[in-house]
Design a protein around this ligand. Structure first.
Ligand code: SIN
Length: 314
């Protein structure tokens, strides 16, 4: 079902006492004003967390923050999460640079393709954050899709059918794409020593570490997951990592996964952000998907990423 805007969405802002909130789109997303992330009060943080769970993705403009500030803000939500790809900075191992240089031309950048972060892990990151430092003059946007709204708009019969299902989340397609891209560009591929353990490779010119074997084995998670804070249900399916459904044949699972991935990412359920230098974005991987665009060749993009450890999805 492709929706036209329905007037039934409610991404309106609540009236808060310590922050100001302006919705970004009808489906999701909001800008938070009136805070300095390097000097946050507890009362502001509580309202920011509430706004995140309501809007799924929130962003702040004009934040002058250090790596230590980003770490401190991230830790307010919980422990640092595991990121399956990116390497941390030597002096801030939980801050992961995500950089594409102006001269890099690549078929695949980090974060491209609709996905939720590292769902092949047993405990995927709950929340991800990106701080934009160097931003292309155009392009390099990020787009998100609201997986709670997408679940709400399924028929009751479809919801009943999906309720007991477990989705197989595996990085097999991404690793295949990384290997193919690196072969084509002559970058050293890690395939020769493809046993267990981290292997260095590249994605979009960026050095990454991957645990090939465990990322391909992946995890089985509920296809409909319940948010641990709000109790709301969301689809946990996407086109990048969802490779099968427990108990279904490939032929049975494929059309269902394709339908759900397309249903979630229809324009009506999304919001899109054009970055500016010093924008800071936070999203909840349990209630949205996201996708980065590879459309700014000739311009540099430099971001710093942190994640918050998640729970095993239920
Ligand atoms: C990501 O998937 O975490 C990266 C998103 C982006 O670079 O816009």
């Amino acid at each position: 079902m492709r929706l036209q805007p329905t007037g039934k969405f409610d991404n309106s802002a609540k009236a808060y006492d310590h922050i100001a909130v302006a919705p970004l789109a009808a489906a999701m997303g909001a800008r938070i004003d009136g805070v300095d992330l390097s000097a946050l009060t507890d009362a502001q943080f509580d309202e920011i967390a509430d706004a995140l769970y309501r809007h799924k993705m929130i962003y702040f403009r004009d934040q002058q923050i250090s790596h230590a500030d980003q770490e401190a803000f991230t830790r307010r939500f919980g422990d640092f999460g595991t990121d399956a790809y990116t390497k941390g900075l030597a002096d801030h191992p939980n801050i992961q640079p995500v950089v594409k240089e102006a001269e890099t031309k690549t078929k695949m950048i980090f974060g491209e393709g609709w996905h939720t972060d590292s769902p092949f892990l047993a405990r995927p990151p709950a929340i991800s954050m990106l701080y934009g430092v160097d931003i292309p003059p155009y392009g390099g946007d990020t787009i998100w899709a609201n997986t709670e709204l997408a679940y709400d708009y399924l028929s009751d019969t479809m919801k009943t059918m999906l309720a007991p299902l477990k989705v197989h989340m595996s990085a097999i397609a991404v690793i295949g794409m990384i290997d193919r891209t690196n072969r084509e560009t002559g970058a050293p591929a890690p395939e020769a020593n493809a046993e267990a353990g981290p292997q260095q490779t590249k994605i979009g010119g960026m050095a990454i570490d991957i645990e090939r074997q465990s990322m391909i084995e992946g995890s089985y998670h509920p296809l409909v997951r319940t948010h641990p804070v709000t109790g709301r249900k969301a689809l946990y399916v996407e086109a990048t990592y969802s490779q099968g459904i427990e108990g279904l044949t490939e032929e049975e699972a494929k059309p269902l996964l394709e339908f759900l991935a397309a249903h979630i990412t229809q324009a009506s359920f999304t919001c899109r952000l054009h970055w500016k230098a010093n924008s800071f974005v936070v999203w909840d991987n349990r209630s949205c998907l996201h996708h980065a665009f590879n459309d700014y060749d000739g311009h540099r993009r430099e971001m710093y990423r942190t994640t918050v450890e998640g729970e095993a999805p239920v």
